[in-house]
Write a protein that binds this ligand. Structure first.
Ligand code: 4AD
Ligand code: MG
Length: 471
């Protein structure tokens, strides 16, 4: 057995008469007049392949093991299919059952399971239609992202996952420590190990200082951009936000380009080009998967995605958006006033009701944005930009960075952050500073947008959220 063989996705074009084997998991089996019809899927594509077992072709005792969820290899001959949905099928002459799946207990039975239930059996859900499609789209989108940057000469860099400085200055971090001792007796649920924190001086802890899981690779990416011009990082980031919403994860993947000699205008241009190209790439490569989402998950999905690819994003300042929201006559749960952090109801009104396309908002009040964003001359706003997508809200957050040493020091002090922890970051402004800009795309938010899936927990194989680290 070798990975170099024919996959289900290749079988639909196989020539009748070809002797071939079909590897995969049984989706369904139907018997009629001694003939068995078995749908086999290997996850290589959305569709499954029909195997027909003529009466007597395979001993009954072996065939009895072929039930939903079983893992099999059918050997046989490709023949023309009378079925409407496919041109060819396999007429089976041989069978190997690699693994049976007891129909009494197999949790992933044919239909109707809710996404909540499937989350509880996340280790099996990749075999179903929906999650196979989600994870194929995820793989294709990741590939498209790398291609997008590669074609534009961005260097792919890797920023650390463990860090000692808070990139966002927002303090929603997970601490990393080895200052632990085993708890006795074990108190954790389900027999997992449990530890107790030891009181140690931070200098005695593993890294000799408090360390955390990164919330963003941006600050490190900036250091490489200040030498390599255009870079991007694409990796996991962590936030201990206790917001149990359908759009927040504690562990999510972020794509972060950083560009020297670039201002906010250039940053917005990149973000818009980027979203259009990545979505366009998935439309080109995942047609069957997207057709399924369009039919079963989000009506009008394909129309919306086409529209996004083909029409310019709306660009507004925060101040203009607030004025529109105030004039909207809508009865928002959170009242709108200049200075507030926009809530998702406000973002959705702008994107879904007012504009009907993605909207880029710029120049936010400095109080609601991170310390590193470049100050505008008005003294009140910073060169921030958020890309808001219909249905999802914020999908990208970015900015032109403050490149002036004095301004940045003042902002760090104002935000109550320790200057010493950012000394290396300040060095970038001290030596050979350059105007620069970048953004962060929440990869799972993009996937929600592309697939129409409503809960962010359903676009990542294993979600980490407050109260959940199963699997
Ligand atoms: O807007 P954010 O916080 O920006 C940054 O972290 C910048 N340092 C990025 C940069 O300029 N290099 O986060 C960026 C994006 C958000 O727009 C959102 O899509 C996503 O990350 N995001 C989350 N996705 C899932 N779960 C969470 N808890 C998220 N928090 C942010
Ligand atoms: Mg943001």
């Amino acid at each position: 057995m070798d990975y170099r063989r024919t996959y289900v996705r290749d079988l639909f074009a196989a020539t009748p008469g070809t002797e071939i084997s079909v590897f995969g998991w049984v989706k369904t089996r139907r018997d009629s007049k001694g003939i068995s019809f078995v749908q086999v899927s290997d996850g290589s594509c959305f569709r499954d392949f029909q195997v027909v077992v003529p009466a007597g072709a395979i001993p009954d005792a072996e065939l009895a093991k072929v039930s939903t969820g079983a893992c099999v290899r059918f050997d046989g001959t490709i023949v023309e299919s009378p079925a409407a949905l496919q041109a060819v099928e396999l007429s089976a002459t041989g069978l190997e059952v690699f693994g049976e799946a007891d129909p009494q207990t197999y949790p992933l039975q044919k239909k109707g399971a809710s996404f909540e239930f499937l989350r509880e059996i996340a280790h099996l859900r990749a075999r179903g239609n929906t999650f196979g499609a989600v994870f194929r789209v995820r793989a294709q989108a990741a590939q498209a992202i790398n291609e997008f940057f590669h074609h534009r000469g961005f260097h792919y860099i890797h920023t650390p996952i463990i860090t000692a400085s808070d990139a966002e200055g927002a303090g929603a971090m997970f601490q990393v420590t080895t200052a632990l001792e085993a708890n006795a007796p074990l108190e954790a649920p389900d027999g997992h190990f449990s530890y107790r924190l030891k009181t140690v001086n931070p200098s005695d802890d593993f890294f000799g200082r408090p360390a955390y899981l990164t919330v963003s690779g941006q600050l490190n990416a900036e250091t490489l951009a200040m030498g390599m011009t255009n870079v991007y990082t694409f990796g996991p980031t962590f936030r201990a936000e206790n917001s149990s919403t359908s759009r927040h994860l504690a562990e999510f993947w972020m794509v972060e380009p950083e560009m020297a000699f670039c201002d906010l205008e250039g940053d917005m241009n990149l973000a818009e080009e980027f979203l259009k190209e990545v979505i366009g790439n998935v439309l080109d490569h995942c047609g069957d998967d997207l057709a399924f989402f369009n039919q079963r998950i989000e009506p009008q999905l394909l129309t919306t995605l086409d529209h996004v690819v083909n029409s310019p994003f709306e660009r507004l300042t925060y101040t203009e958006a607030v004025a529109m929201l105030e004039a909207s006559g809508e009865n928002f749960e959170f009242p709108v006033a200049w200075g507030i952090d926009l809530q998702s109801e406000h973002e959705r009104w702008l994107t879904d009701v007012k504009v009907g396309r993605p909207v880029i908002l710029t120049d936010y009040p400095k109080e609601i944005k991170a310390f590193y964003m470049r100050a505008n001359d008005d003294g009140r706003t910073v060169r921030a930009m958020d890309v808001l997508a219909p249905r999802i809200g914020e999908i990208i957050g970015g900015s032109q960075r403050e490149e002036r040493l004095g301004h940045l020091e003042a902002r760090i002090d104002e935000a109550g952050l320790p200057r010493a922890a950012y000394s290396w970051y300040l060095d970038l402004r001290r030596y050979g500073s350059a105007p620069h800009a970048g953004f962060g795309l929440g990869f799972e938010r993009l996937l929600m947008y592309i697939t129409g899936m409503k809960n962010i927990r359903d676009v990542i194989p294993y979600h980490r959220t407050s109260g959940n680290a199963e699997f």
